[in-house]
Design a protein around this ligand. Sequence first.
Ligand SMILES: [Fe+2]
Length: 550
Amino acid sequence: MMGTAAAAAAAAAASSCDRDDTRKKQITVVLLLIRTLLLACIIARRVVALIRLVCRVAVLAPARSLLGVAGVVFSAVNARCLWCLDQQALGRSCTGTFCGDLVVAAMANSWRLLVQGLTSLVFLCAHAAGEYVRPPPSPLVLTAHNKPASHPQQVHISIVREKNMRISWVTDDRTAPSVVEYGTSPGKYTASATGDHTTYRYFFYKSGAIHHATIGPLDLSTTYYYRCGKAGDEFTLRTPPARLPVEFVVIGDLGQTEWTASTLSHIGGGGDYDMLLLPGDLSYADTQQPLWDTFGRLVQPLASARPWMVTEGNHEIETLPVVEFAPFVAYNARWRMPHEESGSPSNLYYSFDAAGGAAHVVMLGSYTDYGEGSEQRAWLERDLAGVDRRRTPWLVALLHAPWYNTNEAHQGEGERMRRAMESLLYEARVDVVFAGHVHAYERFTRIYDNEADSRGPMYITIGDGGNREGLALKFIKGHKSAHLSDFREASFGHGRLRIVNETSAVWTWHRNDDQFTTVRDEVWLRSLAAVEPARTVSAVAGGGRPADEL
Ligand SMILES: [Fe+2]
């Protein structure tokens, strides 16, 4: 018995020893696997780092160098071609021989068309899928700068406060001073103001110095003579009136074509108006930055004489995949508007007063946030709440993409913004809303939420300034808003809102087609300031046709 027990104990001890050995072997294998895995990770990281290094040295560095060389070559060719086009526009010879000029002009124009075509193609692919198909474009009107680099060009003015005006201009010389000298007699400058300048880069393009200087306080309804940067030409401006009447010219989607030139000539350099309002789409540079410069030169005769107050359109965005991510780079640098003075955090929306506060103009941004909780909406609520309609009988709003539109082009593009903001404008009793974007003229009755409502704004689309895309010719016959549309026509032109007194204003639309300015549409408006506040009438249903127009 004793022998059997001892043998069993020995067998158990041997079995336990085997299990220990097996466990040790398993632990050793696991440790080995972990070490192997760690080693593999370290090796993999080293290999990846080595591949990156090889890529950087063998691929990226040459690619960057190649891109750099391409950039320099492109800039040189582009600058030379633009210079040739400038000379051609000025009627000067580039080569000294007729045949040489013909060849050079052909090459320069081919280059311009190629670059414009490529950039436009990329722009359209990036931004305008499903865009309305338009008639063939009109030729561009390219304006040259034939003065020294320090001489101001692209001069335009804008209102800052009631008695202050911002003067903006560009010099090719980036060291030129940002000074404006001014006075009420030609050549006699009794005051001066110093501002600042900015520049920007866009792909291969670097802008000239873009100067902004604020002058004032100025006497109202007064002609001033001024000179920018202590060099170049003298300009003349007239300050807006201190009280009513006041007249606004309104043009949208301007561009720089022969159609644009026609519109500008119909507006006239004589200046029988006080201020110009532009609800977006200015230069149609569409990423080709020198076109911002030619646009500035084209509008200078008018924009240097009367304030141009603008808001942005889709053609000001100018983002491009891979190369340019920031929107509104050129627009914000060149067209600085009084957003800080009106409590707005963005140059893309702001407001200002005219005629001593008798009119308040709200410039909205269709291409920045406008929904519930957005900064623009919060600002708009504050801005409208600050308007006292006893002191300010006229309230006007501008934006780019129309909220009401029966044209085939851009159908529904303003709908999200309308849903987000229409009630604010309605409750504030805004008198009239101007929009652009659609390249035609259309005037609606007073509307609120897709119904005729005599307490709502009159909606007017005036996107027919003359850009290269041409007119939006097709209106939709059976459109759900067709019964609200009082006048519509696909022709180039401009509009004028003349606020006569506290209760009455007249809107006219002037078509370009004729040799002389022709009024094709006219309507009188009565201010909504005296109409009872929205909250007390919100329970009243319906609206009917506006009965309060004169
Ligand atoms: Fe547009």
